[in-house]
Design a protein around this ligand. Structure first.
Ligand SMILES: [Zn+2]
Length: 120
């Protein structure tokens, strides 16, 4: 099995609903996002996926979140904008943009020491 990973980032603000603590207040993060693709086979030239294609897809998803107040983004009006839910949102968006991608995991880092992943 082969695995490739691309990394990108975005900056946004959020406030967590129903959380007792500092994260209930408005604050921001520079989020780091990783997308993982697995494949048993390589294409004719020996790749799992073209990194440029994958990076462009990820960037197009993150552009919708960058410099936004996440609680105002439609999806997060009902779904709490936690790192976990942001990871699932990005996973689902990537999946819907390219169903043949072989996407296996999306990881969202909200700080240098804390991340959440969504794996289907
Ligand atoms: Zn936060």
């Amino acid at each position: 099995m082969f695995e490739v990973r691309v990394e990108s980032n975005f900056s946004s603000a959020h406030r967590l609903r129903g959380y007792k603590g500092k994260c209930e207040e408005l604050h921001g993060h520079n989020w780091k996002v990783e997308a993982f693709i697995q494949s048993e086979n390589l294409d004719k030239i020996g790749m799992v996926v073209d990194f440029h294609h994958l990076k462009n897809l990820l960037k197009s998803v993150l552009n919708k979140l960058d410099h936004k107040f996440l609680n105002d983004v439609d999806y997060f009006k009902k779904v709490n904008p936690t790192s976990e839910n942001i990871a699932k949102y990005i996973y689902d968006q990537l999946r819907s943009k390219d169903k043949k991608l072989g996407l296996t995991k999306v990881t969202v880092w909200e700080s240098d020491t804390s991340y959440a992943s969504y794996i289907e």
